[in-house]
Structure formats: structure tokens, C-alpha cells
Design a binder for this molecule. Sequence first.
Ligand SMILES: [Zn+2]
Length: 307
Amino acid sequence: MLKNIKFSARRGPYGLGCGSSHPSKPYRKLVRSKLDYGSVIHGSAKKHVLRGLDPIHHQGLRIALGTIRKSPMKSLYSEAGEPSLEHRRTKLAFKYILKIQSLPRNPCNDVVFEAQLSDFSADSKSEPNLIANSFEHIKNAKINLNTIDNLHVQCPPPWEEHKGNENVDKLAKAALNRASCSGKLFCWSDLKPKVNAYIHTVRQENWDTEGTNKLHEVLPNFGDLHKEGEGAGRKRETVMCRLRVGHTWLTQGYLLKNGEKPFCYARDSLYTVRHILIECPDFQDTRKKYFCVTDCTDFSERSIPLA
Ligand SMILES: [Zn+2]
């Protein structure tokens, strides 16, 4: 499945990435969806067990973005706008709790909110399970679960009981008034934007700890996605991604070949993307010929023609 991602990420008539806004979309559809399945349950497994899924996630992102091995995974997360699997599971569990809260007759409601939760917490010798962790996030996000209205499936449905559009309109308006009077929301999904904003804040805080990361200098905001434009092609997207991440064959290939670090003896400095594209006077004429970038942040804004 992972082998198909590179092909699918290609924008063209034969790729699933056709018309997609980002090359990681095929990965999300083909692979991540499978990793997500049942994560509310398997997310409570021990951390060392869950870490076994991380290489699949990392390899999928690496293939989708076209980065080289040894590229920092946190850079790939930001470049792809993808969370780590741990953050992904937290987000899904977060939403699951909100959904279950709106379904009091669901058998899982008791499991999540009452008996099993306390049992899980009591049995946990090392750290709280995913659901208990998610309750902590709900507290931190300042979401009051009591503001979620229950979903009722009316039987018979209102269009059977009340004939005519006029009556249905009256019922809809009555429901609006009821919600505003009780101070409750209509549905758990109304809280989705708040959940997404909270999870994004958590990711951003995590990303802000990466002060020395090369991509952090280019993209201080987590998940700022780039569009190289329609028809940019797989090659250009891959090259631009490697430049932003700061890991290329020229500068980091020695890690894979067990060779020597490329060194600019004239300037007494390591060859890095920044050194070649911005700092090294030896390449000044070439830079003038093709582009004029004065700062790393320009990588994300300027069009750099490929030679
Ligand atoms: Zn140099």
C-alpha cells in the first residue's frame, strides 16, 4: 500500500492526488484511515506497542513528500500538516467522547463515562489510558460536556407525524428556541472547530520547542501548507519540500552513505541548504542568475526555478 502512495501523490490523470491540495492526501486516504480505525480502543495499549505503528506513519509521509531518509520526523509532520499518531489518536478519542456524550442510550456511554473509566484509571499502574487522557484534554480545552445536547431519534419521524412544510418549519423554530433557552448546543459536531483549534494549539506548542529545526526557521507556524501551483509537478514539489526541510542528498547524503560531511573549506563551514542558497559567496553569481533569496523564509514564498 505504501508503495502506491508515491504514484498516487502525483498530480495527473492517473493519480489519486489529481486535484488534491497536498501530496499527503493520498496517504491520508489510503493508509492513515486504516491506522485510525479502532484507535479509540487500541490507543490505550502500552506506548512501546503503539510505537510499532509509527514507522508506517513516518514512511508514508516520507514517500508522499519525497523527502530523504533521516529527515527529521517533526519537520515532516509540519510540512505535511499531519500530527503524530499520538496526537491523532488523542484528537479522535476527544471527538469520540463528545459524540458518545450526545448518545446516552449508546452502550458505550456507560463504559466511557462511568464504570470502565474508573476501572481503567485504577488499574493503570503507569499512565492513564487514552480515554482518561482525553478527558484531561477536554478540561484543558474548557469544554463543558453538559452543554452537549442529546440526539433524539424521533419515532415516527416528524415528516410523518406533521404533514406539510409549514408544520416542519414551526418545529424547527421551536427547536431553535429550546436550544437557546436551555443554553445547550444542538449537536456535538458544533464543537468540532473548538476541538480542532485546541489540538492545533497543542501541536504548535510542541513545534515551538523545535527551535533548532531547519524547517522551524522557514515555517514557524505548524502545518502551513504550501501549494506550488497547479501543474507544478511531483519533481518541483519534492525539491521545494527538501529545501524547506533542509535535508537534501547533497547536504545530508553522507548520513546514508556513511561518508564524510560536505565541507566548504573556503568558508570554513558545513554545506547546508542555507549556506548554499544564502550565505556562501562562492555561489553568488549562480544565485543572481536564478533567484535572489535573502532569507530562509523566502523559500516558502518565492518561486525558485529549477535548473
Ligand atoms: Zn561555502
